[in-house]
Ligand binder design. Structure first.
Ligand code: DAH
Length: 344
């Protein structure tokens, strides 16, 4: 009996030795230590033996059982360790590899320009506001001293919006100037604001014309505002945006809502005034329209023109990066072409 037990132990251990996975290990456990396992059967059979023999065989069997259980535990541990090592090996990462580049978005050049220009005016005490793109005829024209049927309306090829019978006519604003009226209606002087936004014209597109483009309007009204304030403020804007050494030129121009009206030009930074392609050989580059707010416009919003005066200006947004970077076609801005947009 003892010899048989020794054999059983030897067999069990030699089998255990070559086991290399948990499934076979479990089968091994059942074979020897399970409820119907060989060792279990031996232990159960003890009761049939005479007392003396039972003691000896029982002790040996228990010892073997303990040895097998210890062997089982050891094997389990080493198999688990192995499989962990394999898993780690498989999922190994090389932390020294360079990462994937993250796509970083950016602002559209138009947005960048609006932000830059508005920041310049904000630093001079102007607030930044916005207004509607679908506008009443009243704000876009009438209140700006451009009456119905007046030839001055021809300056703005207009996209009309169909309004119900009897309603006042509506349109897509042809400039940001209507916001001058909306703002003054709502507040009393002092007024200092810039208004960036989309504007629309009923025009064929070409390299310098889009049917949708952006403007930034400016308005300052207070007691004692003069043409000197207009020039100083706009000259400062030009130097901050186009370079400290810029010179400015103001010439008479006509806009119905200002008197006098001016056009502002800056000296060409490519040829420094000598004449080149950028400035069309004139040495000067026109950048905006401006003027002293017309008394008629002030009266319209109940500002007394004998007490208050102001200046206004309107600047085209796309023209600024076009001039700066030599972009030759305004249509590039809204062509949704990443090759173009990613350059800014
Ligand atoms: N609204 C004008 C346009 O679109 C530009 C302009 C000119 C705005 C003179 C002004 C101004 O405020 O004073 O053509």
């Amino acid at each position: 009996m003892l010899a048989e037990l020794e054999q059983l132990k030897a067999r069990a251990f030699s089998e255990l030795d070559v086991i290399d996975n948990l499934k076979h290990l479990e089968e091994w456990r059942l074979r020897y230590l399970g409820r119907k396992g060989s060792l279990t059967l031996v232990l159960r059979g003890l009761s049939g033996l005479p007392l003396e023999e039972r003691r000896v065989v029982g002790a040996a069997a228990n010892e073997i059982k303990a040895a097998l259980e210890a062997g089982l535990k050891q094997k389990q541990d080493s198999l688990k360790e192995q499989s962990l090592a394999v898993a780690l090996q498989k999922s190994r990462i090389d932390v020294t590899l360079p990462g994937y580049p993250v796509n970083v978005g950016r602002f559209h050049p138009t947005t960048q320009t609006i932000r830059e220009v508005c920041a310049v005016f904000a630093s001079m005490g102007f607030q930044v506001i916005e207004g509607p793109e679908v506008e009443w005829d009243y704000y876009n024209f009438e209140a700006l001293n451009i009456p119905r049927d007046h030839p001055a309306r021809d300056m703005w090829a207009t996209l009309w919006v169909e309004a119900p019978e009897g309603e006042n006519p509506m349109l897509l604003r042809t400039h940001t100037s209507p916001m001058q009226i909306r703002l003054m209606e709502k507040t009393r002087p002092p007024v200092r604001a810039v208004i960036p936004g989309k504007t629309y014209r009923y025009e064929a597109t070409d390299a310098t014309h889009e049917s949708m483009f952006y403007q930034i309007e400016g308005l300052a009204v207070d007691r004692g505002i003069t043409m000197g304030d207009l020039k100083g403020t706009l000259f400062e804007f030009a130097r901050r945006v186009f370079g400290e050494e810029r010179r400015a030129r103001f010439r008479c121009d006509y806009f119905p809502f200002v008197e006098p009206g001016v056009e502002m030009a800056i000296d060409c930074w490519v040829c420094r005034g000598k004449g080149c392609r950028l400035c069309g050989n004139t040495g000067w580059i026109e950048i905006l329209g401006a003027g002293m707010v017309h008394p008629q416009v002030l009266r319209r919003v109940d500002y007394d023109p004998d007490v208050y005066s102001g200046f206004a200006f309107g600047v085209g947004v796309e023209r600024i990066p076009m001039l700066r970077y030599g972009i030759e076609d305004i249509r590039l801005f809204y062509g949704n072409d990443l090759r173009f947009l990613k350059q800014f």
